[in-house]
Ligand binder design. Sequence first.
Ligand SMILES: NC(=O)c1ccc[n+]([C@@H]2O[C@H](COP(=O)([O-])OP(=O)(O)OC[C@H]3O[C@@H](n4cnc5c(N)ncnc54)[C@H](O)[C@@H]3O)[C@@H](O)[C@H]2O)c1
Length: 312
Amino acid sequence: MRVLVTGGAGFIGSHLVEASLAQGFEVRVLDSLVTGHLANLAPFQKRIVLQKGDVRSLEDCDRAVRGCDTVFHLAALPSVQRSVEDPSGSHAVNCTGTVNILESARARGVRRVVYASSSSIYGDSPELPKREDQPPRPLSPYAASKLAGELYGRAFSASMGLEFVAMRFFNIFGPRQDPDSPYAAVVPIFIHALRTGKAPTIYGDGEQTRDFTYVTNVAEALLVAAQAPADKASGKVFNVACGGRTSLNTIYETLQSLSGTRLPAVYAAARTGDVRHSQADISAAKAALGWTPRVGLEEGLRLTLAAPAATA
Ligand SMILES: NC(=O)c1ccc[n+]([C@@H]2O[C@H](COP(=O)([O-])OP(=O)(O)OC[C@H]3O[C@@H](n4cnc5c(N)ncnc54)[C@H](O)[C@@H]3O)[C@@H](O)[C@H]2O)c1
């Protein structure tokens, strides 16, 4: 199978590239390197075709999808904060870029597009755990853009026969996640703090919870979604998480104890717009795709701590 991974030089994309190669697939990557890094692909460089290009360009998308059977569409500007500062920038990459990929995929006879969506589309609805049939309530331009991508994909599927599966990722962590990005996620920020001895800031009381998921679980879910029978997967949406709920304080405590470092965190005022609790119901992906996360939270944190620091 020949697959295209858009955003393949990014954190999750590079793990998907690695997992796709391990399955014996031919892998092409389309990435503009705006937040991704060549270093993420260095171990696989000789075994993939890397096209430096932009999903905002229909021409780049068309060139990238040619001859591919499956497209994993992960390229995006993946940050709520960034989308609030620059909504049109997020829209151009996350919405127009997705339509470009769908249009090229349809024109070039791609069988299936698997799309990286986000738990942010659930917004602040208090209902837990989040089920895929819950009405979406996007609260940021980022969440709206990820939901728009899902809707476009399902519309292409319904009206043009392109197979499309949307995978809603919750809080993903693991090696190669960039701690230096101004929009970095908590796990790389905490690990970077412990490595450098500079106390991290926790916004709010730290008792807010998230469904943290190790990145190889996600790569496996995407590969299963690409290969599941069309009647089980196409036109469908699946949560990708562990189905648990862990507070930021617990994550930081666990990282301190696994690394044998004590470094009290600094607490600051809660950020407006932060969701208090998040947890996924992952029974749909289990039932339809036969997927379950194999690496648990503590094991994932241990593997992330043991990996080299992300490099630019
Ligand atoms: N990390 C998470 O917890 C999480 C949660 C929910 C959803 N997601 C989604 O997963 C996907 C991957 O996220 P990530 O955490 O690996 O982020 P990342 O920033 O590491 O990866 C995104 C990749 O897309 C590339 N890219 C950005 N704009 C592009 C453009 N215009 N053209 C081509 N390439 C472009 C970047 O260079 C980067 O390599 C995104 O679609 C994101 O919305 C991530």
